[in-house]
Ligand binder design. Sequence first.
Ligand SMILES: Nc1ncnc2c1ncn2[C@@H]1O[C@H](COP(=O)(O)OP(=O)(O)O)[C@@H](O)[C@H]1O
Ligand SMILES: [Mg+2]
Length: 236
Amino acid sequence: MMLKAEAISASYGRVKVLKDIDMSVESGEIVCLVGANGAGKSTLLKVISGIVPAGSGKFLFEGQDITNKKPDFIVKAGLSHVPEGRQIFADLTVRQNLILGSYVHNLPKQEMAKLFDSVFELFPVLKSRLMQKAGTMSGGEQQMLAIGRGLMSQPKLLLLDEPSLGLAPLVVETILKVIQNLRSTGISILLVEQNVNAALQISDRAYVIETGAIVTEGKARELMENDEIKKSYLGM
Ligand SMILES: Nc1ncnc2c1ncn2[C@@H]1O[C@H](COP(=O)(O)OP(=O)(O)O)[C@@H](O)[C@H]1O
Ligand SMILES: [Mg+2]
């Protein structure tokens, strides 16, 4: 088991936004979180990565308790979060953004070079833009940079929050292919995606979350055939 959440709850002030969440990601899986705007998907990713505290419950990452550990500790353990809206540093260059992604490991130069190469293999465009200010790139390129930066911490599990948001259909396709390629390199993925149909196509399993609680879970294939899911999330 890569990640296991047991009875996780979380609140903003007095408002409870996650209620008793049980979920897991197995090694090598792509798992998708499906839910309407405001359901709590981003919050769940933030609680996993230590940005928002868990009020109760427990996260195990490869058997280690990571509940409410500092974000740095969690990144170092092998869990990387690519946040909604990318959150890259617009005034820094592509290179500087990527280096920031690797800071928890403090790697020697040679290792850094290898890491850079592995990111360029996935996103060749970043190599030709190394000295460009990140904020001057297209939305798709910025998303690739955000994922690239996430990979610079050498994660075993990557949390991706709406990676295709606001991107043109062709770019969305590229991003989804990249996610599949990542999985084939052995990285597990927890994916939040508004583009539910496409997300289910590439996922092994999915959880449906409504107002902070998981209401349905199962194999992605089966959920695609579920009448409720079709009506609510696939527009059929
Ligand atoms: N920083 C915050 N402070 C207070 N409420 C928040 C904050 N972030 C999110 N919320 C609220 O928590 C709920 C879940 O939000 P979020 O996790 O962002 O949902 P999703 O990602 O599924 O759209 C929403 O009602 C949202 O308004
Ligand atoms: Mg969100």
